[in-house]
Design a protein around this ligand. Structure first.
Ligand code: PLP
Length: 379
């Protein structure tokens, strides 16, 4: 039994509203949205509603939202399509050195197969990113920039809005993509204000199901499909829509659309409380800066390998992660870029919150980490 789930950056528990919406689509509104009868219409209405909710959350038009299977697909579509549609002459792509594998590996693919030059910007010596660090790398040869808003391993917040607005003023031809997976429904994100042409988001990080994501595509931006077939999603993403997952995504976002600030403040109070408890223990180093997203806290428990502590905590019903869930133990290199030594990087724990967590979760974790340090070190 999971008693203290503190791995919400890996995935979140689907909300009651999301589960209800999915059940409704499994048992009642199970038609194919392309069918011309009433069952098809009901399914179409489910997807229309979810699209309207997600468009409202991003402050955009419903026609600017495309449903995909996950944020990884959204990002592949945005980056590969931009390379194909705009990258014949301009071969430079600017990005951060701390992107999630979905951006990093897609850009590696474009570099190896299509000769794009990838400029991966590192933070300064204080481990912070300034907007000018990205802007200064952009020029007339740059085709696009891809930046995450919140780092999934440490919670560092990158200055996406400043960078994109500076770029759009001086180099309007540069296409801007933001991986907003760890920021969506935690920070207010308005697509126009962000100056983004593309935004990738994911359902399972916001209390919807796994297997559903979306891509915001600014009106007028060229987009080529990755998947060919029928006319679904205006011919840009063929394949029968997963109506239950889409409806669940809409319901989850609808629930989170009110009280975003309140949840943020609540999670921040949990984060601060955990920081204080861990600092009292003396030896723990906190890698996430004070101004990181409060939803992610990366810590270093010296001399204890992440997996050992992770399983020690698991035995006590406490679930955390060792760095990024996607890297499955293989180091991403991101903690080192944000100031960890390579030895420290082997001892990282990522604790990530949702508004469902409580002070009891925090107390249990802090106590178990302290006990783990005593027991593991003496064995
Ligand atoms: N981008 C970031 C920052 C993430 O944290 C994740 C998931 O961990 C993804 C992209 C990929 O999302 P998905 O699982 O929907 O493909």
């Amino acid at each position: 039994m999971i008693t203290h789930y503190l791995d919400n950056a890996a995935t979140t528990k689907p909300s009651a509203a999301a589960v209800d919406a999915m059940m409704r689509c499994f048992s009642e509104h199970y038609g194919n949205p392309s069918s011309l009868h009433m069952a098809g219409l009901q399914a179409q209405q489910e997807t229309d509603h979810a699209r309207a909710v997600i468009a409202a959350a991003l402050g955009c038009d419903t026609r600017e939202i495309l449903f995909t299977s996950c944020a990884t697909e959204s990002t592949n579509m945005a980056l590969r399509s931009t390379a194909a549609a705009y990258g014949r002459r301009r071969k430079k792509i600017v990005t951060s050195a701390v992107e999630h594998a979905s951006v990093k590996n897609t850009l590696d693919f474009l570099s190896v197969n299509y000769d794009f030059e990838i400029v991966r910007v590192k933070p300064d010596e204080t481990c912070t990113y300034k907007a000018s660090d990205f802007f200064n790398e952009c020029d007339d040869d740059t085709v696009m920039i891809s930046m995450m808003m919140v780092n999934n391993e440490t919670g560092h917040v990158l200055p996406v809005r400043e960078v994109f607005s500076m770029i759009k003023r001086k180099f309007p031809h540069i296409i801007t993509h933001c991986d907003a997976v760890q920021a969506f429904m935690k920070y207010p994100i308005k697509a126009n204000a962000l100056c983004a042409d593309f935004i990738s988001i994911s359902g399972h990080k916001v209390h919807a199901a796994k297997g559903i994501g979306a891509l915001y595509v600014k009106k007028g931006t060229k987009l080529r499909p990755l998947i060919f077939g029928g006319k679904q999603e205006r011919g840009l993403r063929a394949g029968t829509e997963s109506v239950p997952l889409i409806a669940g995504f809409g319901a989850a976002v609808e629930t989170l659309s009110s009280d975003m600030d309140k949840r943020f403040e609540y999670v921040k109070s949990l984060n601060i409380s955990l920081r204080e408890k861990l600092m009292e223990q003396g030896s723990i180093r906190i890698l996430s800066p004070a101004d990181a997203s409060p939803y992610v806290l990366s810590i270093i428990v010296p001399s204890i390998r992440s997996e050992i502590m992770l399983h020690y905590l698991e035995a006590k019903g406490i679930y955390v992660s060792s760095g990024s869930a996607c890297s499955k133990g293989a180091g991403s290199g991101v903690p080192e870029i944000f100031g960890a030594t390579s030895k420290e990087a082997d001892s990282i724990l990522r604790i990530s919150f949702s508004a469902e967590n409580t002070e009891q979760d925090i107390a249990a974790l802090a106590e178990a980490v302290a006990a783990g340090q005593r027991e593991i070190m003496h064995n």
